[in-house]
Design a protein around this ligand. Structure first.
Ligand code: ADP
Length: 173
């Protein structure tokens, strides 16, 4: 596919990144010159993994050859962050109607704040549409396997952090 000179920012909590997120980034990297995965810094939301840990997890699961994907963190207004990266595109994934309902008002609000930033969506791959970080955390917390939902490294880290026998009670977004 022909690429224009475009930078797309893909923001999210990524607590942790899943195979759904990775699929989206892989496809975006084919379309845009550069994709910036923007990990939301911990604020009032409680995360299992710290900001630095989520960045590190992304670094470890990204295929080595994928040179046009960068990992960064952001806090504050997303449109300001996107503008600060000289990126005209804010990229989000859509899994279902619930995502759509939420995303459409976000996209409209962001557009009203900065019309130079265009929100674009990539539809999830059918077999990954049911994946969400919160569901995956719940499964691990309850002792189940999340093979095929996250890369093996992430499953190991999740088990250490919130699996049976760990001390943590933090499982919800
Ligand atoms: P947020 O808290 O910003 O929703 P998430 O980490 O849950 O952060 O998701 C980040 C982005 O990835 C969102 O656009 C979300 O819709 C998308 N996403 C989440 N899960 C999947 C999936 N299984 N397939 C494709 N996109 C997904």
């Amino acid at each position: 596919m022909a690429k224009k000179n475009t930078v797309a920012v893909y923001p999210g909590s990524f607590d942790p990144p899943t195979l759904g997120h990775l699929n989206l980034v892989t496809r975006a990297a084919e379309i845009f010159n550069e994709v910036v995965v923007a990990v939301a810094e911990s604020t009032s939301k409680r995360y299992v993994f710290s900001t630095e840990e989520r960045v590190e997890l992304w670094r470890k699961i990204l295929p080595k050859g994928m040179k046009n994907v960068k990992i960064d963190t952001f806090s504050g207004l997303l449109v300001d962050y996107v503008a600060s990266k000289n990126a005209g595109i804010l990229l989000r994934g859509l899994r279902n109607g619930i995502d759509f309902e939420y995303e459409i008002s976000m996209a409209q609000t962001n557009r009203s704040m900065n019309p130079d930033v265009e929100t674009l969506f990539i539809m999830t791959e059918g077999h990954l549409a049911h994946l969400s970080s919160s569901l995956i955390k719940e499964i691990v917390y309850l002792g189940g396997s999340v093979k095929g939902m996250v890369p093996p490294l992430i499953e190991r880290e999740l088990k250490k952090r919130i699996g049976p026998g760990s001390q943590s009670e933090v499982i919800k977004d």
